[in-house]
Design a protein. Structure first.
Length: 413
């Protein structure tokens, strides 16, 4: 879902860096030897499972939102503030993780983040006051943010050691985890198991995955590098804004999709997560096909038509008279938006306005803010108007991706 090279790649080494005094050819051989430890099935398995756990945990939270709203008896405005706690926790942890990973490596952070998600997820099903839910969401969000950043750093290093692209597959596993988590939670809630027992089972599965992941992760060391973050500017600023908008749309499906479906009377609370489940299926399939699609039609057509399909999807959801039509809309949103963000990240890495590592970091931060902080903004607007009205505003905002597709795809910056 996210791409986070926390420091310039040439400052992140496996084991011991080769001696700079050696001849160039010998240094290349030595570097290749060091990279062999990363290019193993075990490290790829650990990376895929880390992405799977992150997607699974997030998807398990989505069906809990209507239950939490009813349990606390709060309106959309208060719920927006509570969702803001999750976003703040994630962004704070994300910024800290860049520094901590540079110093200690990403292995302990991946393990700690996954365990944190597993521990705090059941709390989200039982806390009974806005304050305690806010604290639990902050901690859950912090665990998610730490895991998300660290596993992407790990994925970057594993891919660097390989002779073929791996990142799309890794990110696809996040979507697979989202689908599995949605189906899992909806099924257990539908058979009346209850929110707490459902989340306890989910937590146990996540901890089991950690047991498998931990011994297979890379043990990396990092040298001191340049700044870990920079404010985007120029063309990179445009990429950051577009990324935030697209991730905001994804966050809206996650955090408000269930409430919209239940509030519109299309489904009961136990089936509220169906929209995110359908969205996750479409996103997963299109990510797995993404490289072939973009290679065939090009960046500009993918950005333009992808955003158009996403906009049409949101309109279909908001105009749906019954649940089947709404599900078709969520499918269109997933299909349309799946390959937009990878292009934006690639453009951030290839532009010349600022160092590519810092550009990708800044764009990723903007996207993370969009997906985690944006839904809180939707809640505030919904409080002033209505939830459908706020979602229509988001749909209109996505037009910016459509109208800038030519500039983004054809930029020579």
């Amino acid at each position: 879902m996210f791409s986070w090279p926390a420091i310039p790649h040439d400052h992140h080494h496996f084991m011991q860096p080769p001696d700079p005094e050696r001849p160039a050819a010998f240094r290349a051989d030595a570097l290749g030897a060091n990279m062999i430890s990363a290019d193993r099935p075990a490290t790829r398995l650990a990376t895929r499972l880390a992405f799977l756990v992150a997607g699974f945990g997030v998807a398990c939270w989505a069906p809990l939102i209507p239950y939490a709203k009813a349990r606390l008896a709060v309106d959309d405005g208060v719920l927006g503030v509570l969702l803001l706690c999750l976003g703040i926790g994630s962004v704070v942890a994300m910024l800290m993780t860049g520094v901590l990973s540079a110093r200690f490596g990403c292995k302990p952070i991946i393990i700690g983040g996954a365990i944190g998600m597993a521990v705090f997820l059941p709390l989200l099903a039982v806390v009974s006051t806005p304050l305690t839910l806010g604290v639990a969401l902050f901690l859950f969000g912090g665990s998610l943010g730490s895991l998300d950043v660290a596993m992407n750093i790990h994925a970057v290093e594993v891919e660097k050691a390989s002779d073929r692209p791996l990142m799309s597959g890794f990110h696809g596993l996040f979507s697979v985890g989202g689908f599995i988590g949605s189906v899992f939670a909806i099924f257990l809630l539908s058979v009346q198991l209850g929110p707490l027992p459902t989340m306890l089972v989910a937590s146990a599965l996540m901890l089991l995955a950690v047991v498998i992941i931990a011994p297979r992760l890379l043990t990396t060391t990092a040298t001191e590098g340049g700044p870990l973050f920079a404010l985007p500017r120029g063309f990179v600023l445009l990429l950051a804004v577009l990324t935030a908008i697209v991730f905001l749309a994804e966050g809206a499906v996650l955090d408000w999709g269930a409430l919209y479906l239940t509030g519109a009377g299309l489904v009961g609370a136990e089936h509220g997560g169906m929209g995110y489940m359908v969205f996750s299926i479409a996103m997963t399939v299109m990510r797995l096909l993404g490289d072939a699609v973009v290679g065939r039609v090009g960046d500009r057509a993918t950005l333009f038509w992808g955003s158009v399909i996403g906009i049409v999807g949101f309109a279909v959801v908001l105009l749906a008279p019954f649940v089947a039509v709404a599900m078709a809309g969520f499918l269109l949103v997933g299909v349309g938006l799946a390959n937009v963000v990878p292009i934006l990240f690639r453009k951030a890495g290839s532009q010349k306005v600022m160092p590519s590592g810092l550009a990708v970091t800044a764009v990723t931060t903007a996207g993370y803010a969009g997906v985690l902080l944006g839904p809180a903004g939707i809640g505030f607007v919904a409080k002033l108007t209505s939830l459908p009205a706020s979602l229509w505003m988001l749909t209109a905002l996505m037009l910016l991706v459509t109208v800038t597709a030519g500039r983004v795809a054809g930029s020579k910056h």
